[in-house]
Design a protein around this ligand. Structure first.
Ligand code: GDP
Ligand code: GDP
Length: 453
């Protein structure tokens, strides 16, 4: 079926590097987002936050005692009526059961047990996943008796906690961490480039995956420990191996998740977390939607290499200007992703998919490229001479030297006298200059400004 020289096999081992997903479920107002904030508040960004983008409030990474997991607050709907609220809660609970590794049920000690608590708990009792039952708003030891009511649910143990004061939180966190494996380091050797295929429901992800993998091919070279549900696939192209992540999940087309766009976004975030390169699928017949922008924005924030795919190009009425009009539209809505190449294709017909592998190869090499410090210093001297960075009060801002501190994504550290006074637009300018001077086309770059010691 496919025209490319591709061999693929399932990659069992990569599964272990997927971070466990912990879902918080419960009625509105029990304190899910408060607990979410408490858990994720400990997180420290490696490089400074990107201005202009807000972090997704429902999805966050938590690292405690050398263990990391992802926490999802399943709330955040704004139900209009009691009925809508109930049906959304049912869906949330089902999705949590399907997607999460550990589920934390939350009750509200101040409100006591309600019929919907019973309903959620009955659903959770049917899963064989780990479920922890927490009763929130037990702000101190004196209030422990508020939680007693919840023994009536017939589940144990019950964790009385307070998302505000932190009372009891240690016990709950310990119980969560019991289900989280120690973080495992990447296997030695050159790490394989990991590629995520993401997008809203129906943009063509499974069609593309099937095209790239070639549906009829058999498992060629199963890695040891491969299981039927292994979620990643290694694809060999031009003698190089790439890991396509979460492929089984995409192929399986989880029914509930597909109906709930919000969860498809969470799934996309989860894949982006693990990826080096992200293929963002857009439906060319629909243009860029808010959900697309959230997904692409997250990939940008995470510093991933991004390739934007305008899929279903076969359905678009075309004339000589069409491609320019579409490109302008995408650039307008995804402003921050100016560096990302855009490719039109039809996953269904298989057109231009070969070109996609070419783009992936190019992006991979720039994403892992390293530039020597001597070259960089020559560059910074010339650039700041022709375009000085401005003034801090009455003193000139100086950039003394520049070094590349890591690859994937290429990250540069600028040492200067007044880093906080360098204007955002000047930073943008440096980024663009760097990209041109060293041919980092298509790759995200990270710039870190540091005060010289
Ligand atoms: P969600 O709808 O489940 O996400 O609930 P929120 O996190 O928005 O919390 C609902 C309300 O409960 C807010 O007014 C919180 O301040 C309050 N709340 C959350 N956690 C606690 C807690 O541990 N103790 C007390 N006393 N109030 C809490
Ligand atoms: P997913 O939900 O993102 O995995 O999307 P699917 O791969 O299931 O595709 C959704 C629908 O769009 C299916 O009916 C596909 O046949 C169709 N589709 C996917 N890619 C293309 C394309 O390039 N052209 C056309 N015409 N249809 C497509």
């Amino acid at each position: 079926m496919t025209a490319f020289p591709i061999v693929w096999y399932s990659f069992g081992m990569a599964k272990s590097t997927r971070k466990k997903l912990v879902a918080l479920v419960g009625r509105p107002n029990v304190g899910k987002s408060t607990l979410f904030n408490m858990l994720t508040g400990t997180r420290r960004a490696l490089v400074e936050d990107t201005p202009g983008l807000t972090r997704d409030r429902n999805y966050g990474e938590v690292t405690i005692r050398d263990k990391s997991f992802i926490v999802v607050d399943t709330g955040g709907f704004e139900p209009t009526t009691e009925d809508v609220m109930l049906s959304q809660m049912r869906t949330q609970t089902l999705v949590a059961v399907e997607q999460a590794d550990i589920i934390v049920f939350m009750g509200d000690a101040k409100a006591g047990i309600t019929p919907s608590d019973y309903e959620i708990v009955r659903t959770l009792q049917r899963t064989d996943k780990t479920v922890l039952y927490a009763v929130n708003k037990v702000d101190s030891e004196k209030q422990e008796n508020f939680a007693v009511d919840f023994f009536g649910l017939g589940v144990e143990p019950i964790y009385p906690v307070s998302a505000i004061t932190g009372y009891g939180a240690d016990e709950l966190i310990d119980a969560i961490l019991e289900g989280i494996p120690e973080s495992i380091s990447e296997p030695a050797g050159e790490p394989l480039t990991k590629i995520a295929v993401v997008g809203r429901p129906n943009t063509g992800k499974s069609t593309l995956i099937n095209l790239l993998l070639g549906e009829e091919r058999l498992v060629a070279n199963p890695a040891p420990g491969t299981t039927r549900d292994s979620i990643d696939t290694v694809v060999k192209y031009h003698g190089k191996e790439y890991v396509f992540i979460d492929t089984a999940g995409i192929r399986r087309r989880a029914r509930i998740v597909d109906r709930v766009e919000k969860y498809s976004v969470i799934k996309a975030f989860q894949s982006i977390d693990r990826a080096d390169i992200v293929l963002v699928l857009l439906d060319a017949t629909e243009g860029v939607t808010d959900q697309d922008a959230r997904i692409a924005g997250y990939a940008y924030e995470k510093g991933r290499g991004v390739i934007i795919l305008l899929n279903k190009w076969d359905l678009v009425q075309k004339d000589s200007n069409t491609i320019h009009a579409f490109t302008a539209h995408v650039r307008e809505f995804l402003k921050y992703l100016q560096y990302a190449p855009i490719l039109t294709l039809s996953a269904l017909k298989g057109t231009r998919a070969v070109k996609l592998f070419g783009l992936i190869e190019e992006m991979e090499s720039v994403y892992r490229k390293r530039v020597g410090t001597a070259e960089l210093n020559k560059f910074i001297e010339e650039t700041t001479t022709s375009h000085p960075p401005g003034m801090h009060h009455k003193k000139p801002i100086k950039i003394y030297y520049l070094t590349q501190v890591r690859t994937a994504p290429p990250t540069f550290m600028f040492f200067c006298n007044y880093p906080e006074s360098i204007h955002f637009s000047y930073k943008r300018f440096l980024e663009n200059r760097l990209r041109e001077a060293f041919d980092f086309r298509g790759s995200p770059l990270r710039l870190v400004l540091k005060k010289r010691q």
